[in-house]
Ligand binder design. Structure first.
Ligand SMILES: Cc1cc2nc3c(=O)[nH]c(=O)nc-3n(C[C@H](O)[C@H](O)[C@H](O)COP(=O)(O)OP(=O)(O)OC[C@H]3O[C@@H](n4cnc5c(N)ncnc54)[C@H](O)[C@@H]3O)c2cc1C
Length: 378
């Protein structure tokens, strides 16, 4: 068992730190104000070799690892910016296309996700459901050598930005298939972005497909096997999301330490009081536990092991743990923590999202609990 990061991983962390300071922190206020990310950000990620990290070089990737993606996500997360998800989504969707796609699909869709010219989307949520993929109502009607897709997808990250998306729809057999849909196809329209509590610039839109024609060559994986693709992708997305949470938790501690060292209570810095020292110690221990477990599940993904149950258990632990870290951080800041002038306010709002997206905390309990019940080991 080796807990040391490789030289390459350390370089990635350093590169992510420099990127966050140079490209994200200076524009954070603008992103919050305008609820939009800079147009050139994705290409800057590509230049910094932070896209296509899990796909081979022949498709424009850099053939790195899931571990390095989450190390980058953790470091960028200290900005508490939705910018991290643009990077993470392009990486995880490129990996998914590479894992399941035909050679033709790989060649057509992966390179533009690696060079930052296209935004990837993953579209499964609908107005009536986000947690129950069997209840989706988007239809795909087979006509000759293509399919006609109809229906609405809700809360689709970057659904309005150029590129392609993986859309889940049911054909006449009622089975769910994943289709690669190009966003500039006729009949593809979208709503204005939802206004969110946090994650300014995330760009969540509803997407409306009205008789959208999709070639049968654009089926990702096998027909009727869309759930396998969705569940494996979400499992990977969860690890990235937990890295994002861990990084924000670390920043909560960093900000709290800075504040508590300077803030005087009864003529002494807060850090001199045992009660606050204990809070800081608990925050530190919680974050370390989240960090190492997240790294471990990412390493399972890199080793080709089945990581779906582990990533669900990871989420069950990390979400409430980091939310408690954020609560303590806000408490340490007193009323300043409730003011937008202090970073803790943005961190707290951003941290609130994680129990809902990439499948909810409740569903992780079902995944882990039913796996334990099926287990024959005991
Ligand atoms: C920032 C952000 C980004 C997003 N990006 C995307 C995206 O790119 N693509 C996409 O498709 N979607 C995206 N979503 C949508 C998100 O994935 C869904 O909203 C989420 O899966 C929950 O679905 P829902 O809101 O329909 O809640 P519901 O499914 O209606 O669930 C409501 C509540 O009921 C609970 N619940 C539901 N079923 C069960 C059950 N069987 N047992 C116990 N409890 C249950 C849930 O845990 C939750 O607490 C995004 C959302 C956000 C906020």
């Amino acid at each position: 068992m080796d807990f040391a990061l490789s030289g390459e991983s350390k370089m990635m962390v350093k590169a992510a730190k420099d990127f966050a300071l140079k490209e994200i922190e200076p524009v954070t206020e603008k992103i919050e104000r305008e609820d939009a990310l800079p147009d050139d950000l994705l290409q800057k990620f590509a230049k910094a070799r932070m896209l296509g990290m899990m796909v081979p070089r022949e498709y424009g990737g850099i053939g790195s690892s899931a571990l390095n993606v989450i190390l980058v996500a953790e470091e960028l997360a200290k900005t508490a910016s939705a910018a991290v998800f643009v990077m993470a989504l392009n990486n995880s969707i490129a990996e998914t296309i590479h894992y399941w796609g035909s050679e033709d699909i790989r060649q057509r869709f992966i390179p533009s996700l690696c060079d930052g010219s296209n935004y990837a989307s993953m579209a499964f949520t609908e107005p009536a459901t986000g947690s129950d993929p069997t209840a989706i109502t988007m239809t795909a009607k087979h006509e000759g050598d293509h399919f006609i897709l109809n229906g609405t997808k809700r809360f689709i990250t970057n659904g309005h930005k150029n590129g392609s998306g993986v859309f889940y729809a049911k054909d006449e057999t009622e089975k769910v298939t994943a289709y690669m849909v190009e966003k500039n196809t006729g009949g593809y329209t979208w709503s204005k972005p939802w206004s969110l509590m946090g994650l300014a610039g995330q760009g969540l839109v509803d997407v409306f497909l009205k008789d959208v024609k999709v070639s049968q060559e654009n089926i990702l994986g096998e027909p009727g096997k869309g759930f396998h693709i969705l569940l494996r992708w979400i499992a990977g997305e969860r690890i990235q999301q937990m890295a994002f949470m861990t990084g924000m938790g670390q920043e909560c501690l960093n900000q709290s330490l800075k504040f508590a060292k300077e803030r005087m209570v009864r003529a002494r810095p807060m850090t001199a009081m045992q009660g606050f020292q204990w809070m800081l110690a608990e925050m530190h221990a919680s974050i370390e536990a989240c960090r190492w477990w997240t790294y471990r599940v990412a390493c399972m993904q890199d080793a080709g092991d089945d990581f779906q149950i582990d990533s669900a258990a990871l989420k069950l632990f990390v979400v409430p743990t980091i939310q408690e870290v954020a609560r303590k951080a806000l408490q340490i800041h007193g009323s300043y923590g409730y003011c937008k002038d202090y970073k803790i306010e943005r961190l707290y709002r951003t941290i609130a999202h994680a129990g809902i997206t990439a499948s909810s905390t409740e569903l992780q309990k079902t995944i882990v609990g039913s796996a334990l019940s099926r287990s024959k080991d005991i």
